[in-house]
Write a protein that binds this ligand. Sequence first.
Ligand code: FRU
Length: 495
Amino acid sequence: MISQILSDARRLEAERGARITESERPGFHLSSYTGWMNDPNGFTYYNGQYHMFYQYHPYKSQWGPMHWGHAVSRDLLHWEYLPAALAPDRYYDEDGCFSGSALPLPDGRLLLMYTGVRKELQPDGRMREVQVQCMAAGDGTDFEKYPGNPVLSENDLPAGASRFDFRDPKMFIGSDGVYRCVIGSRPADTSGQILLYKSRDGLHWQFEKILAENRNRFGKMWECPDFFSLDGKQVLLTSPQDMLSQGFEYHAGNGTLCLIGSYDEANEEFTEETIHSIDYGIDFYAPQTVLMPDGRRVMIGWMQNWDACEIREPDSPWAGQMSLPRELFLRNGRLCQRPILELAKLRSGRVEYHDVAVSGRLELPGVDGRMVDMEIRVRPKDPGKLYSKFAVHFAENEQFYTSFRYRPYEGTVKLDRNFSGSRRAILHHRRCFVGNDRAELRFRMILDQYSVEVFIDDGEKVMTATMYTDRVADGISFYTEGEAVMDIVKYDLRP
Ligand code: FRU
């Protein structure tokens, strides 16, 4: 039975979603059907299709009572919207169906696990959100909430953990066939921790242990965990709130964190070895991964920054995009990312230049557009003489441009959208460290109508930002202080 609240949302999204033309949307990034989108949820492969659910408020282009939006795809690049999957329509989730995950069940149904939120008046007069975990199952379009909900609540928390910060279950199946999930939690030290729960049937869950502890090292509360094996190691992804800046590695605000280590499944023991940021740009948060049938581990994040949401005009018909699907791999102990191979199928119009000298500003015939896949290799013209700056400007016309640039003396790459048509005084640039002594630097830039993702050194570091520059600004140019030489391969991307 579909509730009135869900059927109202479905009617509204069908009406408003249909009014948004293809040309108003990103070319190959998933955007909200209508209204607001945040975190990816329930990213899974089920009956031959990828399912992506998302945090969704169809009524407005601002965050509000959370529903789950829904889309499916066969190649992770062409998406078809399905009706909203969940609405806040039960007492235990009446103020929102927060983030969660999905897994196919042996009986053929798709199982969803999400956080139910209900506001509760506190003795001090404040309203606070009580967070519990809930299940729903269905055929991939319609889902029925489990009568035994909530399946995890404050009684299932370890000592000291807050019942107001207990969210974002991500399920997986262990090599022993047992269901497990990781959930974000706030311990007594007010920072964050990741809890591990186990279940035999996917419906009855038991607390197992505290899998990882923040101990106030990286921000505060840890949201949206994901936990999987990759290239012989174990990886824990999480998105810490309230980070403090630390050099060029961590930036203030909500960030993304990857912990690489080893996992002893028998004792459920995760040992951290290396820790670093996942994305060094402005707009990337709450990523989730899926294992593709051919064994590739692919990650998609919400391409937005909580503190910079106002970059979108308040009356936009859609607000919120997902990042490119990125294949994950480990190299030199780091989590690296590359755009999924399928993106190559959207390529056309190859343009190639070799050993192009750049000194000052340069435009190249055939190099422009707002849906572009471009690889650049850059090096000093005279190996003994460093240039002091190399920059690529894009989404450019007389008035606007967005850019990334490398300054060898500083060793940083900076992504900058100060001149992208934004009318808001919010965060518009970020820097990341790539090293000073680079004989050659490699970039791959994936540009869509309203976003840029820069993969540096074959995915060793990635910088992501949205920009809502008028689409007529489609120029690309190169700029150096000093003398550089570059090779370029550029394609148009056509969905
Ligand atoms: C992260 C988050 C999640 C929560 C959801 C609510 O962006 O805060 O922790 O489930 O958004 O929309």
